[in-house]
Ligand binder design. Sequence first.
Ligand code: HEM
Ligand code: HEM
Length: 176
Amino acid sequence: MTAQLHYGTPAKIFHWLIVALLAVQYPIGWLMPDLHRGMTPGAAMTFHISIGMTILVLTALRLVWRLTHPVAPESSLPAWQRLSSEAVHWLLYVLVLTTTVSGWLFASFRGWSVSFFYLVPLPMLASDNEAAGRTIDGLHQAMEWALLVTIVIHVASALAHIFVYRDRVMQRMLPG
Ligand code: HEM
Ligand code: HEM
């Protein structure tokens, strides 16, 4: 499959939609009240889980789109920047997927039944299991922090391209 030189509209829409959802997801995650075993998830947790599942589905679709529509790195970049940006981009895909799946497993091990935006029941991956839940809770937290650190590196690189290198890398993800 020949790689295109530019991101198409679907890739840009996926990118900015997931950015917007993550910008809402982190504050909800940090601000929502802690839930103990046996408690029923309230509105904040229902929205956190529903938005998280939306991010999971959009990222899976985006990954399929990306694999079937390869895009070449910006040709003007030195080899180290081409390699490091590709590595960070693939790491972002992996971390978004592991963060969402670990959250889904954690909710499943709590034995909760949660609805998708109060509309339809969400399928759970496993049944109530306190010990497994504790391990997975640690994994969800580790993944969400690893993702945040990688996002900071990614955004800092985008800013470096705008203000230091003053090249057209940022343009690649903007409309048009
Ligand atoms: C990329 C998407 C996601 C991000 C960035 C994210 C982020 C977070 C954050 C920041 C917290 C607070 C944890 C803390 O106190 O440090 C949290 C907790 C939690 N998340 Fe997520 N989350 C995501 C997806 C999901 C999904 C898909 C689910 C379930 C289907 C989920 C279920 C949970 C649960 C149950 C908790 C509470 C954990 C606890 O009580 O310790 N998350 N998440
Ligand atoms: C304000 C925040 C952000 C800016 C300014 C930004 C900017 C960019 C730019 C300019 C590119 C294209 C780089 C190139 O290949 O030339 C890109 C690609 C990418 N961004 Fe972001 N980004 C931001 C936030 C995020 C976040 C939060 C994620 C987390 C999922 C993310 C995930 C990705 C991925 C996975 C790619 C590679 C796309 C692909 O090749 O399939 N970005 N971003």
